[in-house]
Design a protein around this ligand. Structure first.
Ligand SMILES: [Zn+2]
Length: 308
C-alpha cells in the first residue's frame, strides 16, 4: 500500500496548456488506440511482476482520461471517442483485465471510489485524473474495492496487485519520462513504435525508474554519472519486467538499434552501445539465475548500490 501526499503527485505533473490546434475525431480515436496499447502493456508488466516488486498498488488495467486535458475547441471531437463525462473517466481498458471484467469501459466516469466521491483540489487539466490515481494507490492492493459511475452504477473491482506506477499518453512534452508515480509517453513516440514488444521495452524501462525510486534517490544531485547509473539500472530491471510479462527482452535491443538518437538527448544518458551491452549482460545473468531457480528475481532491487 502506498501512503503519499497527494501534493507530491499533483504538484509535479502540471504541464503548460497545449497550443491551440484543431484536432479532429480521428486524432482522438488514434489517441485512444495508443491508450489501449499502453493499458494492455502496463497491465501485463505490473501484474506479472507484482510478486517481487517492492511496492504494489491496485492495477485494474486501465488508463484514465479527462476532457479537460484537451483544448476547449477540441472537446466535441474528443467526446466522439471518450463520451462527454464531466469528470475523470476510463480512457482505455486492457482486454481481460480486472477493470474490463468488472464492466468498466471507455468513457465510464469515475464518480466515487469505495463510496467516497472524487473531490479534486483544483481545476488543472489532469488534477481529476491524478486525484483518482492517488486514491487508488492508497488502497490495499490485496482487497476488493468499488467504483461508482456518474449514473450511480456500482462496479466491483477484485484485488489486482501490480507494481506501483500509473501510466499516461501525453500529447506533448518529453518523449518518455517517469516521475516516481507516473510513466508518461508521448502519442508521437507510441505511434512511432509498431511492435508491442518494443513499446513494452520503453514502458518497462520507465516503470523500472519508478520501481527503483530513481527520482527520490537522485534527489537534487543529478550529476551525469549518477543519472547514467540510474539509466543502466532501469535497463537491467526492464529485462526482468519484460520476461516476467511474456515479452521478448531482446526487443529493447532492437528498439535501440533502430533509434540511433536517444529518447533524451543529454550527455548524462549512456551511449547506445553501452546500453545494449548492459541489456545483453543482464539477459545472460537472468538466464543463469533462472536456471538455478525458476522463480528468481533481481535481488539487487531491494538494496540497490548507492548512486555515485
Ligand atoms: Zn531512462
Amino acid at each position: 500500500m502506498r501512503n503519499l501526499g497527494a501534493c507530491l503527485l499533483l504538484s509535479t505533473l502540471a504541464l503548460p496548456p497545449a497550443p491551440a490546434a484543431a484536432r479532429d475525431a480521428a486524432y482522438y480515436a488514434a489517441l485512444a488506440h495508443q491508450e489501449t496499447r499502453l493499458a494492455t502493456i502496463s497491465y501485463r508488466l505490473t501484474a506479472a511482476n507484482a510478486g517481487w516488486c517492492p511496492e504494489t498498488v491496485p492495477q485494474p488495467g486501465w488508463i484514465l482520461g479527462d476532457l479537460r486535458r484537451f483544448e476547449q475547441g477540441d472537446r466535441a471531437a474528443a467526446s466522439e471517442t471518450y463520451g462527454d463525462a464531466d469528470g475523470p473517466f476510463v480512457a482505455a481498458v486492457a482486454p481481460g483485465s480486472p477493470a474490463g471484467r468488472a464492466g468498466l469501459a471507455r468513457g465510464t466516469r469515475i464518480a466515487a471510489i469505495n463510496g467516497e466521491a472524487i473531490a479534486p483540489p483544483g481545476d488543472e487539466p489532469t488534477i481529476r485524473i491524478d486525484t483518482v490515481i492517488v486514491k487508488v494507490a492508497a488502497l490495499d492492493p490485496a482487497a476488493a474495492w468499488t467504483i461508482t459511475d456518474a449514473g450511480g452504477r456500482l462496479y466491483q473491482i477484485p484485488p489486482a496487485p501490480g507494481c506501483a506506477s500509473a501510466f499516461r499518453i501525453e500529447l506533448r512534452g518529453a518523449q518518455a519520462a517517469a516521475n516516481g508515480m507516473l510513466v508518461r509517453l508521448t502519442l508521437k513516440l507510441a505511434q512511432s513504435i509498431d511492435d508491442d514488444n518494443e513499446l513494452a521495452a520503453v514502458v518497462a524501462h520507465e516503470l523500472a525508474h519508478n520501481i527503483l525510486r530513481h527520482r527520490a534517490r537522485l534527489g537534487s544531485n543529478r550529476s551525469a554519472s549518477r543519472v547514467r547509473q540510474t539509466e543502466f539500472e532501469a535497463d537491467r530491471l526492464s529485462v526482468w519486467l519484460m520476461t516476467g510479462a511474456g515479452y521478448d527482452p531482446a526487443a529493447a535491443i532492437r528498439f535501440w538499434d533502430r533509434h540511433k538518437r536517444p529518447l533524451i538527448r543529454d550527455a548524462s544518458h549512456p551511449p547506445r552501445s553501452e546500453r545494449i551491452a548492459a541489456l545483453e549482460g543482464e539477459m545472460a545473468a537472468m538466464r543463469t539465475a533462472r536456471a538455478a531457480d525458476p522463480a528468481a528475481h533481481p535481488a539487487w532491487i531491494d538494496t540497490p548500490p548507492p548512486l555515485e
